[in-house]
Write a protein that binds this ligand. Structure first.
Ligand SMILES: *Cc1c(COP(=O)(O)O)cnc(C)c1O
Length: 380
């Protein structure tokens, strides 16, 4: 492993987190139980509403959302191509067809409502809206289109912990919201996720599917509340462990403080990078207080200098990434699509010029100065 001077991200793990993670081991109750319930209630409080269901990942949340909404073979789901592959893989997993939509433009990398409208067919059942980098999608337009065409809206909030749009937390705007607690997200349990819905019946359905469609839990039987169980749906095992939920509760307690730090770093970054010629920064018009800044993407003026830029930053010990290679360009999706080009020209342009810079709550101004100086050198 290279010795990064400035890594792309660094999880914030406190002594309290470590203590929280080992408590379930001391108590000898490791599977989904009371701590998971407490984590769910605390998460609902953080979003200020909804019904939360803790899961083992955001991918599980997306998969169960589709199952709970009864999306399957013959159905189409509109999804951006500029996102993590999980969003499309889960559509395949339920036997439905992903239909890739473009993003709004070089300043707004969220799914384009006009392109959604264009790609609706009589088979379309849902839209997955990804709040890229924590910036909310144009939800007013997306909801209006969804209402007109009787579509479900699933929000991928893996980057949007916690963002809000016109006063409502992301995740509670559409029918279901899916969150991730993977190692590099705004709060982490290593692996973990949460599905939320304002609709109690959707949340209960996800809760049932999380554990094989069983009517009782191991905890209920331990407490003597249930002898046996029935299976009332074709579920899976997408449960979180108590270790994950205990760590999640502890992490959630520090989320606001870390979000404040993320905001400060974001602002310093923009100030520092603004004078550099040859790059631009997306979403500049959206600096609301209510954005859960997750990653720091920049756009190079031309694609030809990306590889050398990334390599020169690497030589200075600065780790970068690319968010994202378009899903429709991956080999398995090329095979799936054949000659059907999904027509996402903006996505293809942006994906070829994007570089993600390091971003985490405990970066300091010296780190930002180093990155700025390195970029300046690369671009002259
Ligand atoms: C991280 C991420 C996911 C997947 O989350 P997991 O918890 O790793 O399953 C899905 N969508 C987006 C946009 C992500 O960034």
């Amino acid at each position: 492993m290279p010795e990064w001077k400035i890594p792309l991200f660094e999880p914030d793990i406190s002594d309290d987190d470590i203590e929280a993670a080992i408590e379930p081991l001391r108590e000898r109750w490791l599977t989904m139980g009371e701590r998971t319930q407490r984590f769910e209630r605390a998460f609902e409080k953080k979003l200020d509403g909804g019904h939360a269901v803790a899961l083992c990942s955001c991918t599980a949340a997306l998969h169960l959302s589709l199952l709970a909404l009864e999306i399957g073979p013959g159905d189409e789901v509109i999804v951006p191509s500029l996102t993590f592959a999980a969003c499309a893989n889960v559509i395949i997993a339920v036997g439905a067809k992903p239909v890739f939509a473009d993003i709004c433009g070089p300043d707004d990398w969220t799914i384009d409502p006009e392109d959604i409208q264009k790609k609706i067919t009589k088979y379309t059942k849902a839209v997955i809206a990804v709040h890229y980098a924590g910036f909310p999608c144009r939800m007013d337009s997306i909801l209006a289109i969804a209402r007109q065409n009787e579509l479900f809206v699933i929000e991928d909030c893996a980057h949007a912990l916690v963002s809000s749009y016109r006063g409502t937390s992301c995740g509670l705007i559409g029918d279901v919201g899916c969150f991730s607690f993977f190692s590099n997200k705004n709060m982490t349990t290593g692996e973990g996720g949460m599905a939320v819905s304002r609709d109690e019946s959707i949340a209960s359905r996800i809760r049932l599917l999380r554990s094989h469609g069983m009517t009782t839990l191991t905890l209920d039987r331990y407490r003597g509340r249930a002898l046996s169980y029935d299976i009332t749906a074709f579920g899976l095992n997408y449960r979180p462990s108590e270790i994950v939920s205990s760590l999640g509760l502890s992490q959630l307690g520090r989320l606001d403080r870390n979000l404040q730090k993320r905001r400060e770093i974001y602002t310093s970054y923009i100030k520092s990078l603004m004078p550099i010629k040859g790059i631009s920064i997306p979403f500049l018009q959206r600096t609301d207080e209510s954005i859960g800044y997750h990653i720091f993407p920049i756009l190079l003026d031309t694609p030809d200098i990306r590889e050398s830029s990334i390599n020169q930053l690497k030589e200075k010990g600065i780790q970068t990434s690319i968010h994202y290679p378009p899903i429709h360009k991956f080999s398995i999706y090329r095979q799936l699509l054949g000659d059907n080009d999904p027509d996402c020209p903006i996505t293809e342009d942006i994906a070829g010029r994007e570089v993600t810079l390091p971003f985490y709550p405990f970066m300091n101004n010296h780190d930002i100065d180093m990155i700025t100086a390195a970029l300046m050198k690369v671009l002259t």
